[in-house]
Write a protein that binds this ligand. Structure first.
Ligand code: SF4
Length: 194
């Protein structure tokens, strides 16, 4: 198997502290990690980063209609999404890397939705929950966006009207599998401007 150029953790995206200060060099933490890699001769750093990312995804809710009720229930003790490292289920895009769009998206809401998506830090993922978010559902009319993938890149579509919480959790588990397998987020596949 061909061996590519050696990469350090910082090359895989552990550079968040430089987001607001692009010209700043590597932090002490990154430097120490790089030295640690050299000492331990780690060969599966990419897997470790993917495992960390996939095991600590924090969702940002974007509930727009009936599907949102099903989405809200996944934080309850019955479904307990905290089992997947997703304790923080917030409405703040700055502390979230998974946008769950649940419900029909009116054209009026397209711009705010895209703004929320743009405010999320990378890497980030999107789940379109339900028929309406995925394709407009039964609302084939001039007011409803016929699929949220027209304004944001979608990683997982969860079918149903509404999907049960179990279906959403199935979608989340599938997303974890994609992340752990090293599949890039949809915006990287479609292009940053998508
Ligand atoms: S998919 Fe069904 S349950 Fe979900 S928002 Fe549309 S109409 Fe409501």
């Amino acid at each position: 198997m061909a061996v590519g150029p050696k990469k350090r953790l910082a090359d895989y995206g552990l550079n968040s502290e430089r987001l607001l200060w692009p010209t700043k060099g590597p932090g002490v933490f990154e430097t120490e990690l790089g030295e640690l890699e050299d000492k331990l001769m780690l060969s599966t750093v990419q897997k470790a980063v993917a495992w960390a990312q996939g095991s600590s995804i924090w969702p940002d809710t974007f509930g727009l209609a009936c599907c949102a009720i099903e989405m809200m229930s996944i934080v309850s003790s019955r479904y307990d999404i905290a089992r997947f490292g997703m304790e923080k289920f917030s409405s703040s895009p700055r502390q979230a890397d998974l946008l769950i769009v649940s419900g029909r998206v009116a054209h009026k809401m397209a711009a705010p939705l895209r703004q929320v998506y743009d405010q999320m830090l990378e890497p980030k993922w999107v789940i379109a929950m339900g028929a309406c978010a995925s394709s407009g559902g039964m609302f084939n009319n001039y007011t409803i966006l016929q699929g949220v993938d027209k304004i944001v890149p979608v990683d997982i579509h969860v079918p149903g009207c509404p999907p049960r919480p179990e279906a959403l959790m199935e979608g989340i588990v599938r997303l974890h599998e994609k992340v752990l397998a090293g599949v890039p987020p949809a915006y990287q596949i479609r292009g940053a401007a998508s």
